[in-house]
Design a binder for this molecule. Structure first.
Ligand code: CO
Ligand code: ZN
Length: 332
């Protein structure tokens, strides 16, 4: 499991440029699914089970893109100016490193500030890739990069960039691997462009027209010094989402998840998230509406290059997902 997570998180694939991670995931799932396809936006979709015509269609979604930057301008001296892809925080940029799709690495720094106690804006920052002039610079306008940071394991706590949401991708891959058979037709969607507005899940959900939708993504935790007031902590089980700022989970889906976890004696937490949303919102609002919910992996330091999750939560999320999809579903 650790080596699968490491391979996934260390792959560079910002939103809109998911080809590398998509090919990696494809090699992991090709022999496990009944059918694998890629849609027009680049979503990777694997289907398994449910050969009866009465089978329920369940869409699972984990996004494979990550936040990053895109070059807007290269100056005469070879410094790269950039804007962000997704929710990049200025706090986490200075002195950090990025890696472009072609492997070019760079350091982020900033211009001299008038007020030294203020944080530089993105337009005051630049990437230094070691070039001495524009001619010499390997980066072109429009080139994209992700944050450059290796995977580490501190015991059961694992740390990397792009845990959001490659950890959800790992959960879906392992669930597919362990799913022997199912009365449901289960769609495993590895979605694109979540970080820029749930774009991949929007078209995938429309195309698949599911009966039920479940996203697997990270959520915040409230267990760090003077951190967010939130009743979710690392290691206390996957979080069953009740609400985030983009969605109220369908109460019938929440009950189904809670009852299934109780029956199977799987630890879980209930999640009310004040900022952020997931692919489940896009599924819920497709066509005439779909009952949807989300299983969240508690994560510290989201959208920094050092996102931390606990492997026990990952293991229990897989167990819960397997219980949910391998039995006939009747939403109360
Ligand atoms: Co995110
Ligand atoms: Zn995410």
């Amino acid at each position: 499991m650790k080596s699968l997570i490491q391979e996934l998180v260390e792959t560079i694939s910002p939103s809109g440029y998911e080809a590398k991670v998509r090919e990696l995931i494809r090699t992991k799932i090709e022999t496990l699914a009944d059918e694998v396809q890629v849609d027009a936006l680049g979503n990777l979709i694997a289907v398994k089970g449910g050969n009866e015509s009465s089978a329920k269609r369940i869409m699972l979604a984990a996004h494979m893109d990550e936040i990053g930057i895109i070059a807007t301008h290269i100056d005469e001296a070879g410094f790269v100016r950039f804007t962000t892809i997704g929710g990049v925080s200025r706090h986490t940029c200075i002195g950090g490193r990025v890696r472009f799709l072609d492997g070019t690495q760079g350091v982020i720094y900033y211009e001299k500030l008038e007020n030294t106690s203020s944080l530089p804006t993105f337009s005051q920052m630049y990437v230094d890739v070691g070039a001495a002039s524009r001619k010499d610079c390997p980066v072109r306008v429009g080139d994209v990069a992700a944050f450059d940071r290796d995977f580490s394991a501190y015991g059961d706590r694992v740390v990397s960039k792009a845990m959001d949401d490659r950890i959800g991708v790992a959960v879906l891959i392992e669930t597919l691997r362990k799913l022997k058979k199912s009365p449901n037709q289960v769609y495993f969607v590895f979605s694109v462009q979540e970080e820029v507005g749930l774009r991949g899940a929007t078209t995938a959900a429309f195309g698949l027209d599911p009966d039920i939708g479940i996203a697997v993504d990270v959520t915040r935790s409230g267990d760090t010094p003077k951190g967010h007031k939130m009743d979710v902590s690392l290691g206390s089980g996957p979080a069953i989402k009740v609400r985030d700022s983009g969605m109220l989970s369908d109460p019938k889906v929440v009950d189904w998840m809670v009852n299934t976890a109780d029956d199977a004696k799987i630890p879980y937490q209930l999640e009310v998230l004040e900022g952020g949303t997931t692919d489940a919102r896009a599924i819920q609002l497709t066509r005439a509406g779909v009952p949807a919910g989300c299983i969240s992996i508690p994560c510290r330091y989201i959208h920094t290059p050092s996102e931390m999750v606990d492997l026990n939560d990952v293991k229990n999320a897989i167990e819960l997902l397997l219980e949910l999809i391998s039995q006939e579903v009747e939403l109360g």
